[in-house]
Design a protein around this ligand. Structure first.
Ligand code: ZN
Length: 416
């Protein structure tokens, strides 16, 4: 079925696209803060009668409400509409290999309350387990003092591979605490709320489509680079999952057939060279072999445990040769990976996000140049490259987006 929320951002006037129009109107109101019906018609491209009809529908569903009257210049005063932020609350969970973070928020993403836990040692992921997750959600609901009846649903994003349809985490590499966990069922049984699971890069792509720079784009790829390197592939406005929900695993494509073994079992995978964590590992390995990184050591005050991708980027920007080498290695591998993605999918744009954002200044020109000079798209306008503007929140906003997208298809999720 065509997903009504994923469309080209402009409204239409045909009878069978009610849900698309609902989404367009909701989003336009949300972006404006408060807006009159006539302005809504202008911005959305829908005719005034359709706008009035949908506004009435959304009001009766409890999603929007009137917000006073505006004095228009010379014209008649008109009533403003706004999102009814109290209409419901969504719980979003970002499950990572090394931490989990949960957020409870209103539909406007304005009131946001977070809870989070981290593994104390970066290699001990098993201490983040399903019990922790249930507790963190419990704690969040208590902290927020939101009435349980106001909760709309729970969105979870996690590293792949996972089965989106069944809501099961499979056995993600470096993720030993979660073998074949039916996470959706466990959470639904405990909280009695509709729950949605999606791979982190796909959830990030959904966030970009709903709230980010990709609202007008139907074909794009979100390249999520932090612990690993994953791709959320949006084709025709829909996430492309593939046969077994493992599509887009760009990090596990081979760039060196004789390279070192990857956690996935294969050899020479792209993420061994291009993920922020691989840069950290490379710099630390080189230091163990006796190479110096004086600027980096000054930044971390001599404590190599404090070396992170962010501090390596800082040192590289101050011309630390070893850190620059690590970034260059990443840059070349990423350029190859992005070239491959563009040649396979012919997207309108690539959006890059996750921990990689710290290196935007060091990477951007090089990656744009790779797209210009190395892809097959030379005959048309070059594929655009963006760094996500949502920073480290992109995954959790993605998890939130999974529920909001569903809400537009099934407004009955709101328990009035
Ligand atoms: Zn691999």
């Amino acid at each position: 079925m065509q997903n009504p929320f994923f469309n080209d951002g402009s409204g239409r006037n045909l009878g069978d696209i009610k849900l698309i129009n609902r989404a367009v109107i909701f989003r336009t109101i949300r972006e404006a803060g408060a807006i009159s019906r006539s302005e809504l018609a202008k911005v959305s491209g829908l005719n005034p009668a359709t706008v009035t009809h949908i506004a009435r529908e959304l009001t009766s569903l409890g999603l929007i409400e009137e917000a006073g009257i505006t004095e228009s210049k010379g014209g008649r005063p008109s009533t403003l509409l706004k999102i009814r932020s109290q209409a419901g609350y969504i719980i979003a969970v970002h499950l990572d290999r090394y931490f989990m973070r949960a957020m409870i928020t209103d539909l406007n993403l304005e009131e946001r309350i977070f809870s989070e836990i981290y593994a104390t040692q970066t290699d001990k992921t098993s201490q983040i387990n399903i019990e922790n997750l249930l507790n963190i959600i419990d704690e969040l609901v208590q902290k927020s003092k939101v009435n349980e009846r106001e909760l709309v649903g729970i969105g979870i994003c996690a590293p792949g591979p996972l089965n989106v349809k069944e809501g099961v985490l499979l056995s993600p590499p470096n993720f030993p605490g979660w073998p074949s966990t039916p996470i959706r069922k466990i959470i639904e049984d405990r909280f009695h709320l509709p729950t949605f699971l999606e791979q982190d890069a796909n959830a990030s792509a959904t966030a970009e489509k709903l709230f980010g720079q990709m609202r007008e784009a139907d074909n794009f790829i979100f390249l999520l680079a932090d612990g690993g390197l994953g791709g959320g592939v949006m084709i025709g406005g829909e996430i492309y999952h593939g046969e077994e929900c493992t599509a887009g695993e760009i990090g596990h494509t081979t760039v060196d057939m004789n390279g070192p073994q990857c956690s996935c079992g294969n050899y020479g995978c792209l993420e061994l060279y291009a993920s922020p964590r691989s840069v950290r590992r490379y710099v630390l390995d080189q230091m163990e072999q006796g190479r110096q990184a004086e600027t980096l050591m000054m930044i971390v005050k001599g404590d190599s445990k404090q070396v992170s991708f962010k501090t390596i980027v800082e040192a590289a920007e101050a011309n630390d040769p070893l850190c620059l080498e690590g970034i260059e290695r990443m840059r070349n591998a990423l350029a190859a990976g992005i070239t491959n993605l563009v040649n396979i999918f012919d997207p309108e744009a690539i959006v890059v996000g996750g921990e990689i954002e710290f290196a935007e200044k060091l990477l951007y020109d090089h990656l744009v140049n790779a797209i210009k000079t190395r892809t097959l798209s030379g005959y048309k306008k070059p594929v655009q490259l963006y760094f996500s503007e949502m920073g480290q929140d992109v995954q959790i906003i993605g998890a939130f987006s999974l529920v909001l997208r569903e809400l537009f298809q099934n407004p009955s999720m709101l328990r009035k």
